[in-house]
Design a binder for this molecule. Structure first.
Ligand code: GLV
Length: 326
């Protein structure tokens, strides 16, 4: 097959991806986009586009596509690109190594918030020796927003550490769907749904950890109204998308003492602009969108599997429901 590869990443990283993909899925012809300085790129024919968060319009020169395979888990940027053909199957990345990385980041953030490690880091900078009371994990309630692959894995790992875990999914229960344990969520995790479920979860949580997909329904969900429902002194972890959060509302909630700390991996503008107040805010921890990166080796296998499925006419994996937005 002819495969078009478009990635919004540095050339050496793109080269590493090309090599990993070619070795996992040999025998295909790999094509790259025209250089950005070409005013009118020639149309190219390709069966599949393999893309890593490509800029809008990156696929407009490609004709004959039968599948778009994302190397990123979140496909919000692709879905908002009006030049991406609508009827085309779009597969997101579900990479076990990436999920494992997200679990590590979530355990780190929740543990650091629970045990006061961000405060101790501040104390070190101030040369201050001061012991804080030690709380039990069971006395810390974590609300995970989103119960997809990552949300479920994170909720399960936190519950296994002894935290009191609830997980919220936006949709209400489908009465016709079988209520299996899996549909309900991982062991030891209370599943909350709908607006009422969110209210209930926010009022009880010491840590709110966002792992929702970014869709028109979830854009701006963490706003002043949401933050006013959070328990005073709770902390926020945003490992979803910058678009979930109204940044000015978060700053106001931090400065009013409503929220104690925010751990942020994703931002409205990335890279986070140098003058942004988050960089120097004493109660904000900034990560450069690294909570979970796609793992080159395992992701190349996931792509190879879907390419083989397409070629053999077998069902494709991890297809996005465009109506739902993830
Ligand atoms: C990272 O944020 C991804 O969506 O893969």
């Amino acid at each position: 097959m002819r495969i078009f590869f478009a990635a919004d990443i540095d050339p050496p990283e793109a080269q590493a991806w090309r090599e990993a993909l070619q070795s996992a899925a040999p025998g295909h012809e790999w094509l790259t986009p025209s250089r950005p300085d070409v005013a009118e790129p020639q149309p190219v024919q390709a069966d599949v586009a393999v893309v890593a968060n490509p800029p809008a319009g990156a696929l407009s020169q490609v004709q004959g596509l039968r599948l778009i395979q994302s190397l990123w888990a979140g496909v919000d940027r692709l879905l908002s690109d009006r030049t991406v053909p609508q009827g085309l199957p779009l597969a997101r990345m579900v990479d076990p190594s990436m999920t494992a990385a997200m679990v590590q980041s979530a355990l780190w953030a929740v543990t650091a918030l629970h045990r006061g490690f961000f405060l101790y880091a501040q104390q070190q900078r101030a040369g201050l020796w001061h012991q804080l009371p030690q709380q039990r994990a069971a006395d810390v309630r974590v609300l995970v927003l989103g119960l997809g692959t990552m949300g479920a894995a994170v909720a399960a790992a936190l519950a296994a550490q002894g935290y009191g875990v609830s997980a919220w999914r936006r949709g209400t229960a489908d009465a016709t769907a079988p209520q299996t344990a899996e549909a309900e969520g991982p062991a030891g995790v209370a599943v909350l749904r709908g607006t009422e479920g969110l209210e209930q979860g926010l009022a009880a949580a010491d840590v709110v950890l966002n792992l929702l997909p970014l869709t028109p329904h979830t854009r701006g969900i963490v706003n002043a109204g949401f933050l006013s429902q959070v328990k005073t002194g709770a902390a926020l972890v945003n490992f979803g998308r910058g678009g979930h959060l109204v940044e000015a509302d978060l700053l106001a909630a931090l400065d009013a003492g409503r929220l104690s700390h925010a751990v942020l991996d994703v931002f409205a503008t990335e890279p986070l602009p140098p003058e942004h107040p988050f960089w120097r805010h004493p109660r904000v921890t900034v990560l450069p969108h690294v909570a979970a990166l796609t793992d080159l080796r395992s992701a190349a296998e996931v792509v190879a599997d879907n390419l083989a499925r397409l070629q053999a006419g077998r069902p494709l994996l991890h297809l996005v429901d465009r109506q739902r937005g993830y």
